[in-house]
Design a protein around this ligand. Sequence first.
Ligand SMILES: Cc1cc2nc3c(=O)[nH]c(=O)nc-3n(C[C@H](O)[C@H](O)[C@H](O)COP(=O)(O)OP(=O)(O)OC[C@H]3O[C@@H](n4cnc5c(N)ncnc54)[C@H](O)[C@@H]3O)c2cc1C
Length: 467
Amino acid sequence: MSNQSIAVVGGGITGLASAHHFACKNRHVRLFEAAERLGGTIRTERAPEGWLIETGPNTVLDKANEFKRYLDLPPLAENRLPPDPRAKKRFLVRNGRLMALPMSPFSAITTKLVSFDLKWRIVRDYFFSRPRNRTEDLPLARLAREHYGSEFVDYALNPMVAGIYAGDPEKLSARHAMPFIWDAERTHGSIIRGQLAQARARRKAGIPKAELLSFRNGLQELPDTIAAQLPRSAIETGARVESVSRMDARDSAGTRWLLRWTRNGETQTEVFSKVLFAIPANALAELQVAPDPARPGELHTPLAQLGEIMSPPLASLFLGYRREQVAHPLDGFGALVPEVEKLPFLGVLFSSSLFPGRTPPGHVALTVMIGGTRQPGLADLGDQQLVDLVTPPLRDLLGIQGAPVFQKLSAHTHAIPQYNVGHGQYLALIDEFEQAHPGLGIAGNVRDGIAVPSCIASGVSRAEAML
Ligand SMILES: Cc1cc2nc3c(=O)[nH]c(=O)nc-3n(C[C@H](O)[C@H](O)[C@H](O)COP(=O)(O)OP(=O)(O)OC[C@H]3O[C@@H](n4cnc5c(N)ncnc54)[C@H](O)[C@@H]3O)c2cc1C
């Protein structure tokens, strides 16, 4: 075991992956988490009678190698669940009705979901668009509109980014929010041709197609399994880190940092050679740092600008019904809602169709996503207000009769950081911060992607870079 002691701040999936990586490299690591539980945004709850509720993410793509490694650990290996093949279909709301998305090239040609004009634009773009090396970032919607026009933005891009970022394609950065689209245009001109080429390159390199998954007891099994790999004494829950102060190095070991954290109003301190922060943008913005060992009392907030990153509130409303209350077969993953349809939610997952064991027998469950950049105010409403707001349009879409027999609201005040145009300046600020503060590092969804596998890859690679 190296005598270097390392602190990881934040016990979400990023921090857990970092701490695990440090421990695997025989470093003495301590993990500080403000809440009384680990997992951060990933949280599964069980309610009496057999309801299983994901309050944050519902599914994860098995795409990063750093993530796939965990899938061999017990109990994840035996508890891994692919989505039910009968839940393959995806729906979109158009003109107030649910329509299935085309699943094959033939159905893409014959679908009535989009106009002939849009199909023609896609074909024309596929064959005639030339690679384009843009120097300036731009909103995703503008890039897509140049290729495919407004119908594509309204009925494909807008609902897609609502489903991923709960965000607004008119603001999200083409370069940072969806780099695969930016790259596809740069290399192939046509976004679709570029993406097909990216998929071919992955196949050629032997990278299997990423699959969605969860676990028998929900996604919480993932952080729980990683946490179980760490010594219990390494984990401090209920410990909110307030500041770090640089100390004089009194020996050859280099810079040291004094970490100050509070538990139940009491301040405690500990010295580390390195500190990795795996906390969200709004928490980084408040982080106090004393960079000069000669002036330990001079605390600054060098990352205050990260507070400008929008992370709009998002509510996840889980609704349970008796099977006979819902006329729709729920034979799919769920439905996304384009903004132009003017409904009070971003989308709805058919949770009980996706994975077994999420409801009592004879029942079904839906998870409705509300708020985001589109309607941030709605995410602050109380649960009965939200049920009253979303159930009339859900009734029309899915043929629901009567009130839900079970409901559970989970609200996220700062849900998903928006990589809007201009995000590059925040990435530069983070790089500068690390250069100016040797021994301090930052990982997580503020810089390396918002999906769970990206957070894990970020935690591992940023930890590796600090060794
Ligand atoms: C509603 C919702 C649905 C989502 N759906 C999906 C999905 O289906 N698939 C997917 O891949 N991704 C999804 N995401 C995104 C993904 O869940 C997150 O990006 C990811 O979980 C973030 O992990 P993290 O560890 O970086 O941050 P967090 O989970 O936010 O963890 C950070 C931790 O740091 C702690 N902390 C903060 N400040 C301090 C401090 N000063 N001291 C100590 N601890 C502190 C917090 O308490 C928290 O536990 C979703 C996100 C939301 C909100």
